[in-house]
Design a protein around this ligand. Structure first.
Ligand code: PGA
Length: 257
C-alpha cells in the first residue's frame, strides 16, 4: 500500500436529491472546508440547479457537472437536455452511462457512446461509468463485461480525446449497498481498465486517463481505496449528500483532518 499523497478527483453524485436553496447552502458550507485540499472536487447536480449554483462553484473551485445528457444538440426529444444546454448552464463535465441509467432507463453502450462523443464535441468532460453485476462477477465474467462496456462506450474516441475523459469503475453490487469493493479488488479492476486503455490507445493515454472508483465510498474507506495505485479518484453517491461526510472523503485521503 502506498501512503502517497496524490491529487484525487472526488465527484459528488447527488442523484435525484436537493432543491435549489438546499444546493446553495451545501456549496456555501462545503467551500471553506475543502479550500486547502489537494483533491479536486466535482459536483454532479440535478439539471434544475446548475445555473443557480454555477457562480458559487466557480468561486469555490468546485467543478460543476450534470448526471446525464442527450446525444443531440436540440430537437424533438421531450424531456431531454443537451450537452450544449449543460454548458450554457455552467456545467463542465457530465456523468454518462451510470448503472442506474443503464438498468432503470435501458441505456445501451451504443447510446452511451453517442453521448460520450457529443460531450467531447461540446467541451464537456465525460465521466463514463462501467461495472459488473454480482451475477457477472460470480460467474467469472467481470473482465469480459468491463472490456465490452469500454469497447462499445468508447468506440470512435481517439487517443487524443481519451485523455479528456474519465472512467468510473462502479461495480453494481457495491452501489448503495454499504459494501464497497475491497481495496485489492478495486485496484485489480482499475489496473485491468488501464491496461485496456493502454492496449487500445497507448501508454501515454493510459497514464493520462483518470479512473475513479464508485460504490459505497464512505469516510472510513476513502483513504484505503484512494491509496490504491490505479485509483485516481472517487465517485461518491449517498455519502456525498451530507457536507460532513463528503468533506471527510475529500480531506482524509490526503491527511487533512
Ligand atoms: P453510492 O453511489 O456511493 O451511494 O454507492 C455511487 C454511485 O452510484 O455513483
Amino acid at each position: 500500500m502506498n501512503d502517497v499523497k496524490k491529487a484525487l478527483t472526488v465527484i459528488a453524485n447527488w442523484k435525484m436529491h436537493r432543491t435549489i436553496s438546499e444546493a446553495k447552502k451545501y456549496v456555501t458550507d462545503l467551500a471553506p472546508l475543502i479550500q486547502g485540499s489537494l483533491s479536486q472536487v466535482y459536483l454532479a447536480a440535478p439539471f434544475t440547479m446548475l445555473s443557480e449554483i454555477a457562480p458559487l462553484c466557480r468561486a469555490s473551485n468546485i467543478v460543476l457537472g450534470a448526471q446525464n445528457m442527450n446525444d443531440h444538440d436540440e430537437g424533438a426529444f421531450t424531456g431531454e437536455i443537451s450537452g450544449k444546454m449543460l454548458k450554457d448552464a455552467g456545467a463542465d463535465f457530465v456523468i454518462l452511462g451510470h448503472s442506474e441509467r443503464r438498468t432503470l432507463f435501458h441505456e445501451s453502450n451504443d447510446f452511451v457512446n453517442r453521448k460520450v462523443k457529443k460531450a467531447i464535441d461540446v467541451g464537456l468532460v465525460p465521466v463514463v461509468c462501467i461495472g459488473e453485476t454480482a451475477a457477472e462477477r460470480d460467474s467469472g465474467n467481470t473482465a469480459n463485461v468491463l472490456s465490452y462496456q469500454l469497447r462499445y462506450s468508447l468506440a470512435g474516441v481517439n487517443s487524443e480525446q481519451i485523455g479528456r475523459i474519465m472512467i468510473a469503475y462502479e461495480p453494481l453490487w457495491a452501489i448503495g449497498t454499504q459494501q464497497a469493493a475491497m481495496p485489492a479488488v478495486a485496484q485489480e479492476m482499475h489496473l485491468f481498465c488501464r491496461r485496456y486503455i493502454e492496449d487500445q490507445y497507448g501508454k501515454y493515454a493510459a497514464e493520462k486517463v483518470s479512473i475513479l472508483y464508485g460504490g459505497s465510498v464512505k469516510p472510513d474507506n476513502a483513504k484505503v481505496l484512494s491509496e490504491q495505485k490505479d485509483v485516481d479518484g472517487l465517485l461518491v453517491g449517498g455519502a456525498s449528500l451530507s457536507v460532513e461526510s463528503f468533506e471527510k472523503i475529500v480531506n482524509f485521503p490526503n491527511g487533512i483532518l
